[in-house]
Design a binder for this molecule. Structure first.
Ligand code: BDP
Length: 685
């Protein structure tokens, strides 16, 4: 098994009795396939049942008087089945000895169909069913940081899936498989190009290519979106300016949008990175983020599309704290964005670190729909080499309480719109897919794509339930092996945090490449690209004081949150060094001093990778050999690199702490200088 089929494997269910039981409820599929999306639902169901039950199930236009089958039907009229559902929500009910999959739209029925298949894939009953589910957010998108030349910014699974040079004439069959996988987890949109956008995507030639992809994705309920290069009116349009308030510029965008819709009638909209990390934007013309976003929103006004304007901005300010930058730039514009604009905010204030406190904008922008941006690709989480199951990270942010409207004002409620009554809602995941045969490089990375889709649909699902589903659908249905693998997945992110960034230390990874340790980095073009800026280690202690005695970034949060993180004593250990400069000698709640706790975590974290290897070894009989070996090989690399991280960090920070490695741990066998050289090798410096 090369992993290509992801969680849509549909291997024959081995237990014949169970198979027969399912087959009795799936003797036919009835569908009035009036729309391409319904046709997709029927054919996916047929394919799935063929594999799982080993039988070809006939598809008919209607059930007639037959029973014992599955009926896929759209019920646009208000009736008891669909009235509590939103447009994409589904209901699966057993009635008169048939299973009815219904919803208000064809897309809803498609999602219900995949949910029904999931029941079989995870060996759940399908008799006496009542399954009802509506997505909690509307725009559930992947963001591809894919470039025109086929490279992927921060991609670790090969090159881009999109073969621009072949499009629109040749359609790689993989485009359809991509759409199937996404539809099966409820993803309904994809931004196909990098946020550091090429202006080419605004040319007629490229729009035709994008339209060809949109045609493949459409029957799966997936819309295409584009990242925008803000000065396109100049570079592509030949205008003298890209000033968003210039009438000619506005007209250019209005015409461009019209052109886009003429080739992609269901185009989703724009994603914009502007005035961020060197990307141009409205501020180049003395205008604001709101001016820029609103101009694009107005161009989209006659159509369905939306603007997703990213809040990932931070200026080089030697005295400032990057933590506060986005909040300070965006908060004053709350209420000033056009109603078609969503502001897309990363989960934390810095940049997809192993652990971040939730972004202070969540809860602080009641009049601006904020959408979540998570990163699936493991830029700071060990690329496609280290096993890190990200659902616990996503959940940690979503379940954080902003206290914006008192206790229970979670980030999830901000994002799903229920807290502030946002009229539009969304969640984006920066994709971890690429041309590698198994899509994500590390087979276990597939679980992060899967978990993102499931959580964008329903953020109340637990990390454990999602892991359990994914393992059963992807790796094995052997109960003991499922337990072992999910246990391993659930601990993996904490283990990674321990041997790389324990206690809330952050941004100490290899410069540029963002791989491996480089806490000693003290030279970079900008102060906030230096790692000493973040960890601030000195002879007294380590950590970034973000309380009133320091940068006071903590003041951006509500008083309740400030209280929770505000003192060294109260602050939970995972966030400690995010907010405090803690003396090496400070005794923590664990009974150890900071230095001892910090080093203990590096050692136990690295040791835990051995435990991961042992756990994985146990599931060998239950997992396909190709997948087993692939994961085992990556775990071996991870084990070696966990020790690299450990040695680099304890030796480097020991220079400041001037304390011994606590017993029973042994001091590293190599010197700091030796470890430092490893980074250069990885970076090919
Ligand atoms: C950082 C990445 C960089 C991206 C940037 C972004 O290192 O490659 O362009 O985020 O989100 O994490 O725009």
């Amino acid at each position: 098994d090369d992993g290509y089929r992801l969680w849509l494997k549909y291997d024959l269910i081995k237990d014949a009795a169970r198979r027969d039981g399912y087959a009795r409820s799936a003797q036919f599929i009835a569908v009035n396939a009036s729309s391409p999306i319904l046709q997709t639902a029927a054919s996916e169901l047929q394919t799935g049942l063929q594999g799982l039950l080993g039988k070809s199930i006939p598809v008919n236009p209607n059930a007639g008087s037959r029973t014992g089958g599955i009926i896929l039907s759209v019920s646009p009229a208000p009736n008891a089945d669909v009235q509590t559902l939103n447009n994409e929500g589904y209901r699966i009910v057993s009635r008169q000895n048939n299973i009815i999959v219904t919803g208000k739209t064809a897309a809803a029925v498609l999602y219900g169909t995949f949910a029904l298949l999931r029941q079989l894939q995870t060996l759940q009953p399908i008799t006496n069913l009542t399954l009802t589910s509506s997505p909690k957010v509307q725009y559930r998108l992947l963001n591809h940081w894919d470039n025109v030349n086929g490279t992927i910014e921060r991609g670790y699974a090969g090159s881009s899936l999109w073969k621009w040079y072949e499009l629109p004439e040749r359609l790689d069959p993989r485009y359809r498989d991509y759409a199937r996988a996404n539809a099966s987890i409820g993803i309904n949109g994809t931004v196909v190009n990098n946020v550091n956008a090429s202006p080419r995507f605004m040319t007629g030639e490229y729009l035709k290519k994008v339209a060809a992809l949109a045609n493949v994705f459409r029957p799966y309920g997936i819309k295409v979106y584009l990242s925008v290069y803000f000065p396109a009116p100049r570079t592509v349009g030949g205008l003298k300016t890209a000033d968003p308030l210039d009438p000619q510029v506005r007209k250019w965008w209005a015409d461009k949008v019209k052109e886009i819709y003429s080739v992609i009638p269901d185009f989703g909209g724009f994603l914009v990175k502007a005035n961020s990390e060197g990307e141009p934007g409205p501020q180049d013309y003395g205008r604001s983020h709101a001016d820029g976003a609103n101009m694009l929103a107005e161009a989209l006004a006659p159509y369905d599309g939306v603007v997703m304007w990213r809040a990932f901005v931070y200026k080089a300010d030697p005295k400032g704290d990057r933590f506060k930058a986005a909040y300070e730039e965006f908060k004053p514009y709350d209420g000033q964005f056009n109603k078609k604009v969503l502001v897309q905010v990363k989960n934390g204030p810095i940049d997809f670190q192993v652990r971040e406190p939730f972004h202070p904008m969540f809860g602080a922008m009641p009049q601006t729909p904020l959408m979540m941006e998570f990163q699936l690709t493991q830029e700071y989480l060990g690329f496609a080499t280290h096993m890190v199951y990200e659902a616990p990270l996503f959940k940690e942010t979503l379940e954080s309480d902003t206290y914006a409207k008192g206790k229970g004002s979670t980030v999830a409620k901000v994002v799903d719109g229920s807290l502030h009554g946002y009229p539009i809602t969304g969640m984006a995941g920066v994709a971890n897919t690429g041309s590698d045969r198994n899509w994500t490089g590390h087979t276990m990375g597939q679980a992060n794509w899967y978990a993102f889709g499931r959580l964008a649909w329903d953020h109340s699902l637990t990390s454990e339930a999602i892991a359990d589903e994914w393992v059963k659908m992807t790796l094995t249905r052997d109960p003991q092996a499922v337990k072992t693998i999910t246990g391993l997945m659930l601990r993996s992110r904490e283990i990674y945090a321990n041997y790389t960034n324990p206690l809330g230390v952050h941004h100490i990874m290899g410069y540029g490449i963002h791989y491996g340790p480089e806490p000693w980095l003290d030279k970079a073009p900008r102060p906030d690209w230096r790692h000493t800026y973040y960890h601030r280690a000195d002879s007294v202690g380590i950590g970034f004081d973000r309380t009133a005695t320091g940068s006071n970034a903590l003041s951006l949060y509500t008083p309740e949150v400030q209280k929770q993180w505000g003192t060294m004593e109260a602050c939970p250990l995972p966030y400690l060094l995010w907010f405090h400069h803690v003396p090496w000698t400070k005794r923590l709640s664990t009974g150890r001093t900071l230095w001892d706790e910090f080093t203990t975590r590096y050692y136990t974290g690295a040791d835990s990778v051995r435990w991961m290897q042992q756990q994985w070894a146990q599931v060998k009989p239950a997992v396909d050999p190709e997948i087993f070996n692939d994961v085992a090989g990556r775990l071996a690399v991870q084990q070696k690199e966990a020790i690299w991280w450990r040695d680099a960090c304890v030796l480097y920070f020991q220079q400041f702490a001037r304390r011994p490695i606590p017993a029973p741990f042994k001091k590293p066998e190599r010197t700091l200088e030796e470890v430092k050289r490893l980074v250069d090798i990885y970076q090919m410096r």
